[in-house]
Write a protein that binds this ligand. Structure first.
Ligand code: G16
Ligand code: MG
Length: 217
């Protein structure tokens, strides 16, 4: 059987949330707004533009369009300074093992991320060549929970949506996968990812037997 395996980036392949946090906190503080780890949690899987809108809402602050765009660019510049320190040691446990097993089994693999920096990050950690297609924040108009990113990934892989499996760490991403009629696999906590078809703490809990079941069903 040929399925389509779609991976989210942040929280699934690497933990870039910690760098988003540092960059957003620095930016928020520079305009006199607080920013906590709890708030950062709520920005997982959320686009850059929507993230800044939310931070300004939380801080009761409104800005001109020009200022808004300037702050988005500043945040990204700071974020990229962290990304540029990344290497293979930042790949989350057993991700390469799963990717290599899927490649051995000739299964198509896609990235489905909200990040406009997805390609840069995959290059930094040396995983870009494992993916047959990259669908990221540059290729979508509607963010998760809209299923667009995953539907585009399925189309690029040449696989029907209901033959795809999505690995996601964010609630909005699980909702997007479910809306696309795909099998949703949560990576993280069961109580957060309630709507996922399956939940695992990380890839060390996912066996080759389980992957085989996904391929053959
Ligand atoms: C990631 C992060 C979000 C971030 C978004 C956009 O999503 O989880 O916090 O705001 O990408 O990132 P950028 O500013 O690089 O375009 P994902 O979908 O990879 O989990
Ligand atoms: Mg994510």
């Amino acid at each position: 059987n040929k399925k389509g395996f779609i991976f989210d980036l942040d929280g699934v392949i690497v933990d870039t949330a910690k760098y988003h946090f540092l960059a957003w906190r620095k930016l928020a503080n520079s305009v006199g707004v607080d920013f906590t780890e709890t708030q950062n949690e709520q920005l997982k899987g959320v686009s850059r533009k929507r993230s800044l809108e939310k931070i300004l809402e939380w801080g009761n602050k409104s800005l001109s369009g020009d200022e808004f765009n300037r702050l988005m660019a500043l945040k990204n510049e700071d974020y990229l300074s962290h990304v540029n320190t990344m290497d293979e040691s930042e790949i989350l446990p057993d991700v390469p093992k799963i990717l290599n097993y899927l490649i051995k089994e000739k299964q198509p693999i896609a990235l489905g991320s909200a990040s406009k920096n997805a390609q840069t990050i995959l290059e930094r950690v040396n995983l870009l060549s494992k993916f047959n297609t990259i669908v990221d924040g540059n290729g979508v108009t509607k963010g998760k929970p809209n299923p667009e990113v995953f539907l585009n990934a399925a189309k690029n892989l040449g696989v029907e949506a209901d033959q795809c499996i999505v690995f996601e760490d964010a609630q909005a991403g699980i909702e997007a996968a479910n809306a696309a009629n795909m099998v949703s696999i949560g990576i993280g906590e069961k109580d957060v990812l309630q709507n996922a078809d399956y939940v695992f703490k990380d890839f060390t809990e996912i066996s080759e037997d389980f992957i085989n079941t996904l391929i053959n069903n």
